[in-house]
Design a protein around this ligand. Structure first.
Ligand SMILES: [Ca+2]
Ligand SMILES: [Ca+2]
Length: 610
């Protein structure tokens, strides 16, 4: 039996706290268990979990144990134990037990996959560190794989262990009739067997399954007869071609093979083409996570709108939804006929022009931006003006990168021969632009169940499918604390019933993509910069170390190559006690991070006595 001693008392959990807060506490409490090399039986694990989760029923504990036992062998290995929060978080976040998930059919693993799994199977301590190295799966092309290493290193040192896999390697290692099918199997393999929680498609795409990272299977629909690449197929347990005719995602014919994201795994595509693009993007992500402005930037959201008929629904997105869940958030409307900056008595006198939108972004006051109106691949069409490449070239919002959603047509068309799109420009722009934009891959469409809903949209602000997806994205990130990729996938999950009913909603789920980093905290609050205190030097061998922070509940990660990799949650005093066993001289990287925190890093030097 493992030694599961805890430094927390159960009294920290009271019946009064909200469910979300309980989840956080549970993660903190469970996070203090010491890890040992022996396997546990499911009964032993349940006994341990019952002590930490007094509110859980026997059925819930059973579901948790079965979920943690990822390979179904009736034992909880060290690696599975280390990943227990993933399952716990899945249960509490999605309200769905892992036992339910297991009832869904899973494709029979191919011989190749089984061999792969055997290769990475953890043997014994200390190789435990290896088993959890794909919390983030980053798929890219050979040409820019090396350029992604600093990004992977940054995420890994903050506790989101990142594994880079190239499309070329996937083509060799996985079976499937085409590259998209092989990528889908690779992604599922990592979600099902290696604890993957985020998938980054780290490269641009071209028509016909070409480009650095091909777009997912083409989904064919009455409104998109040529088909649209559908990246969410990569998360699917099924291949989206039930009738086997090679045409994917047909709403009627392929229904039994279509499955939508369940919200437990975040997905995003970073449409970069060169090593320089990757370096510029990585630099922006590190800035977003470690030196995010500590001004009111985080709290301000602006909705732009140039289409009068859309005013009511754009207004309702905030009034009826986002404002209800985002505590302390503030809204501004940059509409054709109403802005916060108008001259007295002249509503709408401050033009929504390319110049004024540039000034807004460079002003570093607005961290959330919804752009509602017309557009085409290279530009947002504004009021008698556009926002295009020449404006992006003037952006200098270094360190203050807004998250953006937009319904504007073709602005997110990442697979075009014409490149870059305006959204791609915003992502690739060094020291300016954005780090994550939700945008349609073709035309932005107001999806409804019935034509009469259109009138309600114009008169009463009824949300169409696209505006609803964007609204849920903001609510998930700013209200429920989901990351960018999780928030969009959860928004899609919440549209599942609509998509089963009306083909338009099916298309809606397929055509909106997160272009950018799916692992980002959406900064609901002004972040604090973590103060981190660590021992300066330590020796080799088994020992306990204490990491101190001023951020209770933050994620603390210690990492030294293949020797040490541990992720823990700081206690209510901001401290994390960890047992580590470095075997050689060198540096242990220590990182503290979390929601609404600016990541802090420190180093412990390991010395070997003469
Ligand atoms: Ca088909
Ligand atoms: Ca492109």
């Amino acid at each position: 039996m493992k030694n599961l001693s805890l430094s927390y008392s159960k009294s920290t959990i009271t019946a009064r706290v909200t469910r979300a807060f309980v989840t956080v506490l549970l993660l903190v409490v469970m996070g203090t268990g010491n890890l040992h090399a022996d396997d546990q039986t499911l009964e032993e694990f349940k006994k341990y979990a019952a002590g930490k989760l007094p509110g859980f029923s026997a059925a819930q504990l059973d579901a948790l144990a079965k979920g943690v036992d990822k390979d179904d062998d009736g034992k909880i290995s060290d690696a599975e134990f280390a990943n227990r929060f993933e399952t716990l978080r899945g249960i509490t976040a999605a309200g769905k037990s892992p036992a339910d998930k297991k009832k869904e059919p899973t494709p029979r693993p191919s011989k190749k996959r089984t061999l792969d799994a055997a290769k990475v199977k953890p043997a014994a301590s200390p190789s435990r560190a290896k088993s959890a190295k794909a919390i983030v799966l980053l798929i890219t092309g050979d040409k820019i794989a090396a350029a992604w290493k600093p990004f992977a290193r940054w995420k890994t040192r903050a506790g989101k262990a990142t594994k880079i896999v190239t499309v070329q390697k996937i083509a060799r290692d996985y079976e499937g009739g085409n590259i998209q099918e092989k990528i889908r199997r690779c992604v599922r393999d990592h979600i099902d067997h290696h604890g993957t929680r985020w998938v980054v498609l780290g490269g641009d795409s071209l028509p016909g399954g070409k480009g650095l990272v091909p777009g997912g299977h083409l989904t064919v629909h009455a409104q998109e007869r040529a088909g649209i690449p559908t990246d969410i197929v990569y998360l699917s347990k099924t291949n989206w071609d039930a009738d086997g005719d090679g045409v994917y995602g047909e709403w009627k014919d392929d229904r039994s093979a279509i499955s939508y994201p369940d919200g437990s795994v975040g997905l995003g595509r970073v449409p970069v083409r060169t090593a320089a693009d990757v370096a510029a993007f990585t630099d922006k992500v590190i800035a977003y996570e470690s030196r995010y402005p500590t001004t009111d930037f985080a709290k301000q959201m602006i909705y732009t709108c140039t289409v009068g008929g859309a005013y009511p629904k754009v207004r309702n997105s905030w009034d009826g939804y986002v404002s209800k869940v985002w505590k302390g958030g503030r809204v501004g409307r940059f509409f054709s006929q109403e802005t916060p900056w108008d001259k007295a008595g002249q509503p709408g006198s401050h033009q929504l022009s390319g110049e004024n939108l540039t000034a807004l972004i460079n002003g570093k006051t607005t961290s959330k931006l919804h752009i509602h109106g017309h557009g085409h691949l290279p530009a947002w069409v504004l009021e008698r003006s556009s926002f295009s490449a020449k404006h992006v070239a003037q952006l200098k919002n270094d360190g203050a990168y807004p998250l953006i959603t937009t319904v504007s047509c073709n602005t997110g068309e990442y697979d075009s021969k014409e490149d870059p799109s305006i959204v791609e420009l915003m992502i690739r722009r060094p020291k300016g632009g954005s780090v994550a934009v939700v945008a349609p891959i073709r035309t932005g469409k107001p999806h409804f169940h019935s034509p009469s809903d259109f009138r309600l949209m114009v008169t009463q602000g009824k949300l169409d499918g696209t505006t609803q997806t964007m609204t849920r994205y903001w609510s998930g990130g700013l209200g429920a604390g989901l990351t960018t990729g999780e928030a969009l996938m959860k928004a899609k999950f919440e549209m599942t019933a609509d998509a089963r009913k009306t083909a338009g909603y099916h298309l809606c789920i397929c055509e909106l993509n997160l272009l950018g980093d799916p692992t980002l905290d959406m900064r609901a609050n002004i972040p604090r910069t973590v103060k981190l205190e660590v021992p300066k030097t330590i020796g080799t061998g088994q020992q306990a170390i204490e990491i101190s922070t001023n951020a209770p509940g933050c994620t603390v990660c210690v990492w030294k190559g293949e020797e040490v990799y541990l992720v823990a949650q700081a206690d209510e005093g901001g401290k994390a006690k960890l047992k580590i066993a470095p075997t050689s001289a060198g540096d242990v990287l220590v990182t503290a991070s979390g929601a609404s925190l600016n990541t802090a890093t420190a180093t412990i030097t390991v010395t070997v006595p003469n």
